[in-house]
Design a protein around this ligand. Structure first.
Ligand SMILES: [Mn+2]
Length: 315
C-alpha cells in the first residue's frame, strides 16, 4: 500500500500521464482529475484526462483552460475509482493502471500502486495534500476544483464523513481562493426547470406504507421523458424520501428497462437497508443500499414494500 510520500515520489518521476475518472462522474472524481492535471502541468508534465461518460455541465468549469497534451500515455492514474468496473467503457485500461488514489473502504485493488485512505471524506482531500507534497501551488482554480469535490462528497458538509480534518482542508482551500458560496449555490441550490417539474410530480405521487414508516417514489422513463430531466440531474432524488420525518425506509424505484427496476433504499437507524436489498441479490451499507428487481412496476413495489414491512416488524 502506497502513501502520500510514495504517491508524490512516483508522480515526480513520471511524465506523459493519463488521469482517469469513474463513470457517471461526480464532483469528487472530477475535482481530483482537474486539480491534479493543473498541478502536474504546472510542474511541466504532459497530462491527459479521460472519463467514460460526459461531464455534467455544472462541473465543466473545472476543466476550463487546461492544456491537455497529445501523446501516447506512459503512466495511468485513477482518482476516486473504487473498482475497475467503475471505469465504465474505459474498463480495458483498468489492468494498466499504475497508481490508484481513492478513499473508498470497499476499494477493490486493480492498480500496481494503491493509495487509499478510507477515513477521508473525499478523494479531493488526498489530492489537496498530494499537490502540496509535490511542491505545486494550490492556485485559486485548483482550490475551486478541490473544494467542489469535498463539498459534493459530504453533501455540503452535512454527512457524518465530514470530520474536523475535512473542515480544516476546506478552510485552507477557501484561504487559497476557493469560491465556497458560489460553488455551493451551483452544486446544491440551483435546479433546472425540468428538475422542478419532476419534483412537482414526484412529491404529488409519493406513497406511504406501514404507518408512514416507509416512503416510496417511482421514477419511470415516461416521467423522465415528460419532464425532460437529464440523467445526471437525478442524483438528488434518493434524498427526498429520507427527508420525511418518521420514515425508516425511503425507497426510490427507477425504471431501467422493460420489467427492470433499480431500487435505491435509504434507511434511518436502527433500520438496515443492506439487509433488505440482500434479499433481492443487492447490497450496500446499513444506511444506503440498492438492488434490481425484474417484474412489472406494481409487483416490484409490492415485493420491496413487503420486505421493508418485515424488516420493520423485526425491529
Ligand atoms: Mn469520492
Amino acid at each position: 500500500m502506497a502513501d502520500l510520500q510514495r504517491a508524490a515520489e512516483l508522480l515526480r518521476a513520471w511524465d506523459k500521464i493519463l488521469i482517469l475518472s469513474h463513470r457517471s462522474p461526480d464532483g469528487d472524481t472530477l475535482g481530483c482529475a482537474s486539480a491534479l492535471s493543473r498541478a502536474l502541468i504546472a510542474l511541466g508534465k504532459s497530462v491527459q484526462f479521460r472519463c467514460a461518460d460526459e461531464i455534467p455541465q455544472k462541473f465543466s468549469y473545472m476543466f476550463a483552460g487546461i492544456s491537455f497534451g497529445d501523446f501516447e500515455p506512459e503512466k495511468i492514474v485513477t482518482v476516486d475509482v473504487a473498482d475497475k468496473a467503475l471505469l465504465g467503457a474505459l474498463e480495458p485500461l483498468g489492468d494498466r493502471v499504475d497508481l490508484a488514489i481513492d478513499h473508498h473502504a470497499i476499494h477493490r485493488p486493480f492498480a500496481k500502486e494503491i493509495w487509499v485512505e478510507a477515513n477521508a471524506a473525499a478523494a479531493c482531500q488526498l489530492i489537496t495534500r498530494l499537490i502540496s507534497a509535490l511542491g505545486a501551488a494550490i492556485t485559486p482554480a485548483i482550490a475551486d476544483c478541490l473544494y467542489t469535490g469535498i463539498s459534493t462528497d459530504t453533501g455540503c458538509f452535512k454527512y457524518p464523513n465530514a470530520t474536523a480534518e475535512t473542515y480544516r482542508i476546506a478552510a485552507d482551500l477557501i484561504e487559497r481562493g476557493a469560491r465556497a458560496a458560489d460553488i455551493n449555490r451551483v452544486m446544491f441550490d440551483t435546479k433546472s426547470r425540468a428538475v422542478i417539474e419532476l419534483m412537482k410530480r414526484v412529491y404529488s405521487d409519493m406513497e406511504f406504507f406501514h404507518n408512514d414508516r416507509c416512503a416510496v417514489l417511482c421514477l419511470t422513463n415516461a416521467l423522465i421523458a415528460e419532464t425532460g430531466v437529464r440523467e445526471d440531474e437525478l442524483d438528488g432524488t434518493a434524498a427526498i424520501v429520507r427527508q420525511v420525518e418518521g420514515v425508516q425506509f425511503g425507497l426510490t424505484i427507477r425504471e431501467r428497462g422493460e420489467n427492470e427496476y433499480k431500487i435505491s433504499l435509504r434507511a434511518a437507524e436502527p433500520a438496515n437497508a443492506a439487509e433488505v436489498c440482500q434479499k433481492f441479490g443487492g447490497g450496500g451499507h446499513k444506511g444506503a443500499a440498492g438492488c434490481t428487481i425484474y417484474a412489472p412496476l406494481e409487483e416490484v413495489k409490492a415485493q420491496i414494500v413487503a420486505a421493508c414491512g418485515e424488516a420493520l416488524n423485526a425491529l
